[in-house]
Design a protein around this ligand. Sequence first.
Ligand code: TXA
Ligand code: MG
Length: 350
Amino acid sequence: KTEILKIDLHNIDSQKIKYAAQVIEEGGLVAFPTETVYGLGANALNKTAVEKIFKAKGRPSDNPLIVHVADKKSVGNLVLRIPEKAEKLMDAFWPGPLTLVMDKQSIVPDIITAGLDTVAIRVPSHPIALALIREAKLPIAAPSANISGKPSPTDSKHVINDLYGKVDVIIDGGFSNIGVESTVVDMVVDPPMLLRPGGITLEQLEDVIGNVRIDPGIAQKNLDGKVVPKSPGMKYKHYAPKAKVVIVEGEIQKVAEKINELVKECESRDIKVGILATDETKHFYPENLTVSLGSRLNPETIAANLFNAFRDYDKTDVQTIFAEAVDSSGIGLAIMNRMNKAAGYNIIKV
Ligand code: TXA
Ligand code: MG
């Protein structure tokens, strides 16, 4: 009962977009590509439609959804006020991988916001996502289109794997080129607070609005539950492949030595291992065990490949993955946040 619509982002078939938009208007579920990851969309103003999202994903109901709109103008109907700094960020980064949290109007159903007084909004830049929102003429609620707890989907085949048979339409629009989710910023407080690092970097935000604080709840291991992240979704162990993930952090040579030592130890105990390295470091390791995520000089490629690499491991019998840490500046903050969550903050410093 799931239809797969293949759409070329460089030559968008308006009939297929019309069809998908109609499914949304009628209260159905449509998975669609965005520049960050695939989203699972429904009419944000239709409570019953939004309930279907939670059901299809197996998502906890205390985790609010992002509302996707076509442009800045459409935000006015959903929020009580637009803070000046939010306006600046919209002008700088929309359409794009930035989600802004603002005080909601009552038209936004409680199920979207999990009962919070705030709503998270973004304008995606992916041409298929934009075409769909424009055609539907509705705000579209869309979490990442994965089963809860799995890595976010960066390709339609990931979505088909997770949601085929559970949604009405899956649009196949190729790879999501950013590969990590949008940056979520709470604009209700001043200075604004980074709730989830993502496609727009902390440095980029601060260039436009000055000081941005990082939610202490995401800055460190919080298994004791003392510092609860402000963004409900950040408290869950997400992005986790089936294998155990161990991050090794430090100077490159020492990291390689440590990983090779750990690999030998595992092999002596018959544990199947995998290694997530980079173009610059892959030659340190046994070739048959190693996947390069990309170049350290171009961390955007590492972000783009990370979730796909996790999903590929799920198809193997690898039991433990050793992952090299990368520099946490720029997009590296998002990469390390996702790696840390996959690893359950299991990190070895050398
Ligand atoms: O890149 C993305 O943002 C993708 C694409 C599809 O747009 N969407 C996405 O949605 O990653 P989701 O539901 O997987 O993550 C939304 C995050 C969660 O961590 C959630 O807790 C947080 O945004 N969030 C949503 N509404 C919020 C609110 N009112 N206050 C604080 N955090 C909120
Ligand atoms: Mg998600």
